[in-house]
Design a binder for this molecule. Structure first.
Ligand SMILES: NC(=O)C1=CN([C@@H]2O[C@H](COP(=O)(O)OP(=O)(O)OC[C@H]3O[C@@H](n4cnc5c(N)ncnc54)[C@H](OP(=O)(O)O)[C@@H]3O)[C@@H](O)[C@H]2O)C=CC1
Ligand SMILES: O=CC(=O)O
Length: 320
């Protein structure tokens, strides 16, 4: 037992137990509090492996503190919280958790499409608050999802899984990527269009792109102005792809009809944030992949990657 794994959030014992006789494991004791920066810096200096969360900023400072770190296993598919290039420079492997969360995240994304279109959360709050006095013809009338046009920006693993759900609702599927996806076009009947055409034509604009220097703030004032006034914007990728002030103004001024948001620029978003005051926003606390099955699989894959690298083998899901 000479190798040390640092885990930056409390994980269930059942997930950790296969490794406790092989590795020294230092685990942050809190499930819902981010590991303090000072503890991260201190612990990483002695670690051979770090199992990080998307809430940990793994930047040059952290990497420079690491003296013998061989792997950063991020318990997420997105890795915009990690300076991957610097890790590579230092010979540290970075891994993520692709595929195993695809269907779960697509379910949540499509849930946001439906919930936002049908004002699900607002109608639920209305009945619980005792405001329902009568059935009436247009009470909480939303908009149809079936047979509408969905536009997916970032037609990758999750984007395609969202498109499969949209096909089941007889939707027209538009998508935009930097590269065309022939299989998605032939199997799902998805149409490749420019970003501008997608935002102009779609009834539901869904963001599924990773956050990077090219996608940062890609949904901004000019883009919201191009959307239909009836359009609904869904974001399950990263808050950083949206200029939230511009989104707020578009929603407030009726330039678009609604938004379903699982992710925000600063998480957790403050409950007083202007976006959360709008009736036409359905908001969730970054729970795209949050099912017991999927989160367990993500933690297990992260530990498998660590185990492989510490045994001198190739990890299953490297990003660098
Ligand atoms: N809310 C949540 O809980 C979750 C959020 N996520 C987020 O979803 C993201 C996507 O995950 P996943 O589908 O597995 O990733 P993939 O890498 O499979 O898909 C991302 C897609 O985005 C496209 N893309 C990249 N850059 C651009 C760009 N500049 N413009 C347009 N398209 C672009 C890529 O295609 P191309 O290279 O051809 O452009 C690719 O097809 C993650 O990075 C993460 O941020 C993931 C899981 C859960
Ligand atoms: O946001 C979640 C992820 O896996 O990325």
């Amino acid at each position: 037992m000479d190798k040390r794994i640092v885990i930056s959030r409390k994980l269930p014992e059942t997930i950790i137990s296969p490794y406790v006789n092989t590795y020294m494991i230092t685990m942050w004791p809190d499930e819902d509090k981010v590991m303090e920066r000072s503890s991260l810096l201190k612990d990483v200096s002695k670690a051979d492996a770090l199992l990080s969360m998307l809430t940990d900023k793994i930047d040059k400072e952290v990497i420079d503190h690491a003296k013998q770190l061989r792997i950063i296993a991020n318990m997420a598919v997105g890795y915009d919280n990690i300076d991957v290039d610097y890790a590579r420079e230092k010979g540290i492997v970075v891994t993520n958790t692709p595929d195993i969360l695809t269907e779960t995240t697509a379910d949540l994304t499509f849930l946001l499409v439906l919930a936002t279109a049908r004002k699900f959360v607002q109608a639920n709050r209305y009945i619980i608050d005792g405001q329902w006095k009568n059935w009436s013809p247009f009470l909480w009338a939303g908009t149809d999802v079936h047979q509408k046009t969905i536009g997916i920006v970032g037609m990758g693993r999750i984007g395609e899984a969202v498109a499969r759900r949209a096909k089941g609702f007889n939707m027209d599927i538009l998508y935009h990527n930097r590269n065309r996806k022939d299989k998605a076009e032939s199997e799902l009947g998805a149409h490749y269009v420019s970003f501008d055409r997608l935002v102009e034509k779609a009834d539901f604009v869904v963001s599924m792109t990773p956050l990077n220097e090219h996608t940062k703030d890609m949904f901004n004032e000019a883009v919201f102005k191009k959307m239909k006034k009836s359009a609904i914007f869904i974001n399950t990728s990263r808050g950083g792809v949206v200029k939230e002030k511009d989104l707020y103004e578009a929603l407030q001024n009726g330039e678009i009809a609604g938004a379903g948001l699982d992710v925000f620029k600063n998480e957790p978003i403050n409950e007083k944030h202007p976006l959360l005051q709008l009736e036409n926003v359905t908001a969730l606390p970054h729970i795209g992949s949050a099912t017991m099955e999927t989160r367990t699989a993500m933690a297990q894959l992260s530990l498998e990657n660590i185990d492989l690298v510490l045994k001198g083998k190739k990890p299953k899901t490297p990003v660098n």
